[in-house]
Design a protein around this ligand. Structure first.
Ligand code: TXA
Ligand code: MG
Length: 536
């Protein structure tokens, strides 16, 4: 059978609707993942879904409707709680498990007396359901054992030759399957977390719980489960995936120290550049929506890559993060490890703020300090970096393997473009050197970097502390410390970032406006509070 990907025009939807009415299956976009749809009232058509997907017959399907009026064909009772939830979350990524209407064939519900029902918000899905004129049963349109598809290409990849039409609705905006929830009288039990979260339900219904299988898996396969889907591994990746609890630096240690041949990593956007092995990304750190959207595509890319072992960055677990975590746990077959007990604190601030005083205290009482000024000088003596500097600023900035700092400074600070070129060479080299140093650290580590944010090295930090001071105090310190004229000191201060720059980006701010002892006291308290909170 030839499989065609169709754009969602009215004409194409009509074609697909006709195919559905004559008992065929069709690939359908929804906001969550693509579905493999068939007429829910036609047992033979529904049988075809199981055959095409290779799905176990005891795993029931979700019935999709486009209008509340269709509910009466699907459920036998729609409680007040269900009605409130429909009003709040439909159309959208919520599947409600409700008492089943006798007209719904056994093959849809795997013989259960309940049925899963959902009204998708995707316009194309709704138009297709309406054009077919019947509720559509649809599981995710992947081959069983693959991640759910989030684009028409994913569906084509898995099911090419097994169906006539796939409607292309673009990439799914949610990216994870719907929340599946058992709806009782004034109770909700979450069987599969999704974009409608426990927190969302609690605004509507008082009694909301999450089935333990969401985080623990099914412990005893012979026991009955609330949702048959819980029993299945769902997705069996070609590589052995392992979730790593902890921050980025701890993750880097695990990945660097346990890597074998054909190892890879699944990290957050921007982190991939630190790895020499194949590195895949799933969204931004701390942004569950983007992680949800990209996770399945990333898992597919890992499957294609030939990696045998992949370490995975831990997502946040609140809100939609719980759904991301749940899918990852299953992809990892519940394999999780804890990174080394390591807490990396970034220390930054403008010149003359008293940063070095705080760093000295840290070194004496809390842990290792990685001083970026020193690292920068070391890095500038490395062959590879010298070659890059010579290529960018002229061969004469390096003579007999030694950097002419004065000449380099003259050329690099001549204008913005040259300055940026210098940063473009130095910052990555410094960050690489920091990571190399972090590989062997434990406990508390401080990265002391005046340009922590500019260099991108804050990505290595679990928290960042900025030290600020009023301009008059800073001026006085620079004059005393560096033996420069007032004019030179003011010029130096002028090229520094404003206080707001640091305040916007740091996790904590220390204002150093009185005497040194006071700064030491405040810094000591702050370092101590991080140490206590992070148990390092
Ligand atoms: O977002 C979604 O839900 C997508 C799109 C296409 O709508 N569909 C989807 O379907 O993910 P599927 O078949 O891959 O997952 C349906 C899940 C399974 O875990 C199944 O066990 C559960 O819903 N389920 C369906 N009917 C149920 C019922 N009556 N009782 C308990 N669990 C049920
Ligand atoms: Mg599925």
């Amino acid at each position: 059978m030839k499989t065609t990907i169709l754009t969602p025009t009215a004409e194409h939807l009509e074609l697909a609707a006709k195919a559905l009415c004559s008992g065929e299956v069709v690939g359908m976009p929804t906001e969550t993942v693509y579905g493999l749809a068939a007429n829910a009232l036609d047992p033979q058509a529904v049988n075809a879904i199981f055959a095409v997907k290779g799905r176990p017959a005891d795993n029931p399907l979700i019935v999709h409707i486009s209008d509340l009026s269709e509910l009466q064909k699907v459920v036998s009772h729609f409680s007040e709680t269900a009605s409130k939830l429909a009003q709040a979350f439909w159309p959208g990524p919520l599947t409600m498990i409700l008492p089943r209407h006798p007209q719904i064939p056994d093959v849809v519900t795997a013989g259960l007396n309940t049925v899963g029902v959902r009204m998708p918000s995707d316009q194309t899905a709704c138009a297709l359901i309406a054009a077919a004129g019947v509720p559509l049963a649809a599981p995710s349109a992947n081959t069983s054992g693959k991640p759910s598809p989030t684009s028409a290409e994913h569906v084509y990849h898995d099911l090419n030759g097994k169906l006539r039409y796939i409607i292309d609705g673009g990439n799914c905006t949610v990216g994870l399957e719907s929340t599946v929830a058992l709806i009782g009288d004034d109770t909700v039990t979450i069987l599969r977390p999704g974009a409608v979260t426990e927190e969302d339900f609690k605004k509507i219904v008082a009694n909301v719980t999450t089935d333990p299988a969401v985080l623990e898996g099914v412990q005893d396969a012979t026991q009955p489960v609330a949702s048959p889907g819980m029993k299945y591994k769902h997705y069996a990746p070609a590589a052995a995936l392992t979730l790593v609890q902890g921050g980025f630096a701890g993750f880097y240690q695990v990945a660097a120290n346990s890597a074998e041949e054909q190892s890879g990593v699944l990290v957050f956007e921007g982190e991939e550049r630190f790895f020499d092995c194949p590195a895949f990304t799933y969204g931004k750190e701390g942004d569950s929506d983007s992680q949800a959207e990209e996770l399945f595509g990333a898992l597919r890319a890992i499957d294609e890559s030939g990696c045998r072992q992949v370490f995975v960055r831990m997502p946040k677990t609140d809100g939609v993060g719980m759904a991301v975590y749940n899918r990852l746990l299953r992809a990892c077959a519940f394999r999780q490890i804890q990174a080394e007990n390591l807490f990396v604190l970034g220390l930054t601030g403008p010149t003359g703020s008293g940063k070095s005083v705080a760093a000295k205290l840290f070194a004496e009482q809390f842990g290792t300090v990685l001083d970026c000024d020193r690292i920068s000088r070391e890095v500038a003596a490395e062959k590879q970096v010298l070659r890059q500097l010579a290529a960018a600023f002229g061969e004469d900035v390096v003579s007999s393997g030694v950097l002419d700092r004065k000449l380099l400074a003259d050329r690099a600070f001549a204008d913005e473009a040259h300055h940026a070129m210098l940063d473009g060479i130095m910052y990555p080299a410094i960050t690489k050197s920091l990571l190399e140093a972090l590989k062997h650290q434990q406990g508390m580590v401080l990265i002391d970097a005046p340009t922590l944010f500019e260099s991108g090295a804050q990505i290595l930090c679990d928290a960042v502390l900025a030290v600020l001071a009023p301009p008059s105090v800073r001026l006085e310190r620079i004059l005393k410390r560096d033996g420069v004229t007032e004019e030179q000191a003011v010029a130096r201060m002028r090229v520094q970032q404003q206080d707001s720059y640091y305040r916007d980006r740091a996790d904590a701010v220390l204002v150093n406006d009185t005497e040194v002892n006071n700064l030491l006291k405040k810094a000591g308290e702050l370092f101590g509070s991080f140490q206590k909170a992070k148990k390092v």
